[in-house]
Write a protein that binds this ligand. Structure first.
Ligand SMILES: [Zn+2]
Length: 193
C-alpha cells in the first residue's frame, strides 16, 4: 500500500423496487411471486398474534401468505411496528421482505433481477480529475442486494470483467456474491502497460 493518500470514491448499491420472490405456486407451478405494493395480514388469537406478508403468484395471481410472526405475544410487539403492519407501511414491507429470517422461515429466496442499481454518479464526478489515480472505491450497500464483486466492478467501470479485474486490487473474493460493503483500488490504465 502506498503512503500517498488515496482519493476515495463512493459507489452505492440500492434497490430500485422491491425484489420478487422465488416461490412455487401450488396452482400453476410458476416459481415467481410478488408482494405488489405490500400487504400484511394480522390475526389475533387471544393474547397472541399471527402476522403474514401476502404475496401473489405473478402468473395466476394466487395469493400466498409468508409467516412473519407466529403466535407471538401481543405484548412483545413494538406498538409502532404493530401500527405499521395494520397500515401496510411500505418501509416495513421492504424491511420485512429483506429480513433473511423471513426467507429462511418460509423457504423462499429473493429474486433481485432488475430490482437494483449501482449509483456511481458521485464517483464519476470526482474521477474526471486525472491526478486522482490510483483511486480507492468504497462500495456501500443501502440494501442487501447479493452481487458478485467482479460483476459490480465491471459494470461500474464500464469494462469487460477481465479488463476490470486487471485494473483493480481487491482483498475481497471477487466471485463470491456478497451484500455488504467492500472496497477496491483502481489503477490507471496507462500505468498497467
Ligand atoms: Zn400461480
Amino acid at each position: 500500500m502506498s503512503s500517498q493518500p488515496l482519493t476515495v470514491l463512493p459507489w452505492v448499491v440500492r434497490r430500485t423496487r422491491l425484489p420478487l420472490l422465488s416461490l412455487r405456486c401450488v396452482d400453476c407451478r410458476s416459481v415467481t411471486a410478488t408482494t405488489g405494493q405490500g400487504r400484511f395480514r394480522v390475526n389475533a388469537n387471544g393474547k397472541r398474534l399471527d402476522v403474514w406478508l401476502l404475496v401473489r403468484c405473478v402468473a395466476c395471481d394466487r395469493t400466498s401468505k409468508l409467516t412473519v410472526h407466529e403466535r407471538a405475544p401481543v405484548r412483545s410487539f413494538d406498538p409502532a411496528v404493530l401500527d405499521g403492519y395494520h397500515a401496510n407501511d411500505p418501509e416495513l414491507v421492504a424491511s420485512t421482505l429483506m429480513d433473511p429470517l423471513l426467507a429462511r422461515r418460509n423457504r423462499v429466496t429473493l429474486d433481485w433481477k432488475g430490482a437494483w442499481g449501482l449509483d456511481t454518479e458521485a464517483a464519476r464526478r470526482a474521477w474526471s480529475r486525472p491526478e486522482a489515480w490510483p483511486v480507492k472505491v468504497e462500495v456501500v450497500f443501502e440494501d442487501p442486494v447479493p452481487v458478485r464483486p467482479e460483476r459490480l466492478i465491471a459494470q461500474g467501470l464500464g469494462l469487460s470483467r477481465n479488463e476490470a479485474l486487471r485494473r483493480v486490487k481487491c482483498d475481497t473474493p471477487l466471485r463470491r456474491p456478497r451484500n455488504t460493503g467492500f472496497s477496491f483500488i483502481v489503477t490507471a490504465g496507462h500505468e498497467l502497460c
